[in-house]
Write a protein that binds this ligand. Structure first.
Ligand SMILES: C[S@@+](CC[C@H](N)C(=O)[O-])C[C@H]1O[C@@H](n2cnc3c(N)ncnc32)[C@H](O)[C@@H]1O
Length: 284
């Protein structure tokens, strides 16, 4: 097992000054969904401010990611106070304007019983007449962008073999379709409490499909550190950026630092950089 490196930056990802140009091989992330009533009520002043954040992040991602590489963005349209915001369409436009190519869109389908905020469809049960229909949403989008074209010859034969995708897993779990059926993280799970975490299966597929062993995976909206955890488990380095200082304890625990779990290389390194109001502090 090769040693891997993990870095958590506590700060705002609109500015990724600690990350060198073209030093990241894959981005897997899920930004806040505008003012999602459940998780981010009133976080942004208005929709333009939200789009402004995505614009700055897209520009920084274009700078730090290597040519030919992929950004996997889990995001979805959001209903706020009865108005639906077209976040997927706007994020796609923003990433195109930042210079990325739009490569694909995968739909993540949650289990049929998934319920979180309310059953909007219930309206029609009370009023079984036309015009009362509002569907329950079981879907999220996973949009995939690429910076230019990938040079397949840039990878050594050895690393290529070490990173080989298990064809059985690929077919049995139907990774090949534009519909990925994955369970959601249960609201109230101890480590992800109050964090709209995505299931490990999402970064697991993305890391396996779009990065090689020993490469660096970035999550600029690290949350509970799900992407970092999977990167470590799959022999990749990781960088996470998270604005909430309180996430440090959760992320450290989730990615297995401080535990004696023998599935990890004990020589792996973990570094935290606190960047608050322009000041820096390091913990190694
Ligand atoms: C949808 S959650 C990500 C959850 C993550 N995928 C996981 O599995 O735990 C979005 C995260 O982005 C963080 N965040 C919001 N704005 C940010 C910013 N400007 N810079 C860095 N982090 C930010 C939030 O605090 C939240 O933890």
């Amino acid at each position: 097992m090769e040693k891997t490196f993990h870095k958590l930056i506590i700060g705002n990802c609109m500015d990724m000054r600690e990350i060198r140009d073209e030093s990241v091989h894959l981005v897997v992330t899920s930004p806040p969904y505008f003012n999602s009533p459940f998780d981010y009520k009133g976080l942004f002043k208005n929709y333009d401010q939200y789009l402004g954040v995505l614009t700055k992040v897209a520009k920084e991602l274009y700078r730090v990611i290597q040519s030919g590489r992929i950004v996997v963005l889990n995001i979805d349209d959001m209903l706020v106070d009865g108005r639906k915001f077209p976040i997927v369409a706007d994020a796609t436009r923003i990433f195109l304007e930042a210079g990325f190519r739009y490569r694909d869109r995968i739909i993540w389908k949650k289990p049929d019983g998934y319920l979180r905020i309310s059953r909007r469809s219930g309206v029609i049960l009370q009023n079984p007449y036309p015009m009362y229909f509002y569907p329950d949403n079981l879907l999220e989008s996973i949009i995939i962008f690429q910076k230019g074209r990938f040079n397949y010859r840039s990878i050594t034969k050895d690393i290529r073999e070490q990173s080989k995708i298990d064809k059985k897993e690929f077919s049995d779990k139907k990774w090949y379709m534009t519909l990925w059926e994955m369970n959601n993280v249960m609201p109230g799970s101890p480590l992800e409490k109050d964090i709209a975490a995505f299931p490990e299966e999402l970064p697991y597929r993305a890391v396996k499909l779009f990065s090689y062993k020993g490469e660096t995976v970035l999550d600029p909206f690290a949350g509970s550190g799900t992407t970092m955890k999977i990167a470590r488990e799959l022999g990749r380095n990781s960088i996470g950026i998270e604005i909430k200082k309180s996430s440090v304890r959760i992320i450290k625990k989730k990615i297995g630092f401080g535990s004696n779990n023998n599935k990890y290389n004990t020589k792996d390194s973990f570094e935290i950089i606190f960047r608050m109001r322009g000041k820096y502090g390091y913990i190694r």
